[in-house]
Design a binder for this molecule. Structure first.
Ligand code: BG6
Length: 477
């Protein structure tokens, strides 16, 4: 049981309830919340989809994703109902008005093309009016495909709902270790004191995946690694690393600091970016066909499956400190991490010691898998000479805490129900992210990504991007 109180009762209306997200991530998260006593017993789920079905079919479908937690699932099962409807027709919204009373959360787990039309219909039919309870709208990613479309979607939704009613999801923010970045920074004098351009040389943010595009070819070929991961997930990590201390944990205080730092990211010039595309190989223990041979991918596709970027954050604190970001599919290992590289100490004292290339300090925030915090320091090797070798002060979460099995959506769903938008993106953050990558979206309409083999660390041009600055990437492991 959790120390937090149960969230107020509400109807969770999931558009796209028969889809992958609802089954794989949302339902298990709701069951975990129920298990932990974080939901009111009157919370219900109304699943909407355009296909044939009934209450039992939906219960069956969602239940297939539940492992263990039988009591909690048993309690949930009875509270799930199904409504068939066309997301763009009026009849569905008339039916919803009949059925819905009091608090409701509308969760758009649909193809992104429906976000605007559903938001509009909910608005015009009066379903977002908060007369007899709260009405909230949860919008999944991708939120737009470029700056212009994101602005248009924001404008449309904000024409029908207040900003405070809109919860734009970035599921990275539901990860425990991502939330811990704020505590690691601001809760420790030791880190915050050196968290600036006087002591930090550069920062690396990596989200490497072993999974390939697999069956997601249709979505991915229109999207690519840049849109899929950078303006959202990687920029959220960057914002948590680079933002100024908020005055409180109040949602607006935190979101304003994040928006401020994202606005300070210089739009990325194409010469500071590398794009890659995987060739056939073995990744994650599986044979992976070349990206262009993936089902639903155009044989002449120029979509990238890897990006590496050098990003400038033009704030007082970070001027002159490059942030290197990279993400890719079908890579050698699954590894999401942030590495803070500190400056070297003056060499004066160590000039005449046998090991003069003293390793600089590094702080590694391992987000997933094997969540950990590691500080790399230089120590003296025992013996008559002053010989320096690197040593690690390492903290593994699993050694101290039971992280349990979570999907990452537990916190996010709970926060929507209690009305805390801290972990959700505000309109200005979303638009700031797109603004920073827009030069690349424009430039990459022509040309081709560089090749890399599936199961490797990415194209050699990504190594060259750092070598140009006399640096190299932290090992992906
Ligand atoms: C999603 C992307 O938002 O994040 C996927 O669309 C990606 O392509 C996924 O695989 C990564 O999330 P996680 O939680 O598995 O690291």
């Amino acid at each position: 049981m959790s120390e937090a109180p149960p969230a107020p009762a509400a109807t969770l209306v999931i558009f796209g309830a028969m889809g992958d997200l609802a089954g794989r991530l949302l339902m298990p998260a709701l069951v975990h919340l129920e298990r932990d006593g974080l939901l009111d017993g009157d919370t219900t789920l109304l699943g909407i989809s355009h296909g044939e079905g009934d209450d039992d079919a939906l219960r069956e479908k969602l239940g297939a994703f539940i492992e263990g937690d039988e009591n909690a699932w048993g309690r949930w099962r009875e509270r799930i109902t199904y409504l068939r409807g066309d997301f763009t027709g009026d009849a569905l919204y008339e039916a919803l008005k009949e059925r819905l009373h009091g608090n409701a959360v509308f969760y758009l787990a649909t193809a992104p093309g429906f976000f605007g039309p559903i938001g509009e219909k909910l608005g015009t039919s009066g379903l977002l009016d908060e007369g007899d309870g709260f009405r909230r709208l949860v919008v999944e990613k991708p939120f737009g495909t470029d700056l212009e479309s994101a602005q248009a979607l924001n404008a449309k939704l904000l024409g029908h709902a207040q900003e405070t009613q809109i919860y734009r999801i970035d599921h990275f923010l539901g990860k425990e270790t991502v939330q811990n970045i704020t505590v690691a920074r601001f809760g420790n004098a030791l880190t915050e004191a050196v968290w600036n351009n006087r002591y930090v040389d550069h920062v690396e943010i990596t989200a490497a995946e072993t999974v390939s595009v697999g069956t997601r070819g249709k979505f991915y070929d229109e999207t690519g690694a840049l849109r899929d991961m950078v303006p959202n997930h990687l920029f959220q990590l960057l914002a948590l690393v680079a933002m100024e201390p908020p005055n409180s944990f109040d949602a607006e205080a935190v979101r304003s600091e994040k928006a401020k730092v994202i606005a300070a990211v210089t739009p990325i010039p194409p010469e500071d970016a590398v794009r890659g595309r995987y060739l056939a190989g073995e990744a994650g223990g599986k044979d992976v066909p070349a990206y262009r041979d993936t089902p639903d991918v155009a044989p002449d596709s120029r979509t990238e499956t890897y990006v590496a970027l050098k990003v400038a954050v033009e704030t007082w604190r970070w001027h002159g400190v490059p942030f290197y970001l990279r993400t890719g599919k079908a890579m050698t290992a699954r590894d999401t991490e942030i590495v803070i590289h500190f400056r070297e100490v003056p060499p004066t004292l160590f000039r005449n010691t046998p090991n003069t290339d003293l390793p600089p300090n590094r702080l590694i925030l391992q987000i997933q898998p094997n969540e950990a915090l590691t500080m790399e320091m230089a120590v003296k090797e025992p013996g008559p000479l002053v010989k320096m070798v690197p040593a690690s002060l390492a903290f593994a979460y699993a050694d101290a805490f039971d992280l349990g099995h979570r999907t990452g959506y537990e916190t996010l769903l709970y926060d929507v129900l209690i009305g805390d938008p801290s972990l959700f993106q505000r309109a200005d953050q979303i638009e700031g992210g797109w603004r920073a990558v827009q030069p690349l979206l424009d430039a990459w309409q022509s040309g081709e990504p560089d090749d890399y083999s599936a199961g490797s660390t990415g194209p050699s041009s990504a190594d060259a991007l750092l070598a140009r600055d006399g640096r190299s990437w932290h090992e992906i492991a």
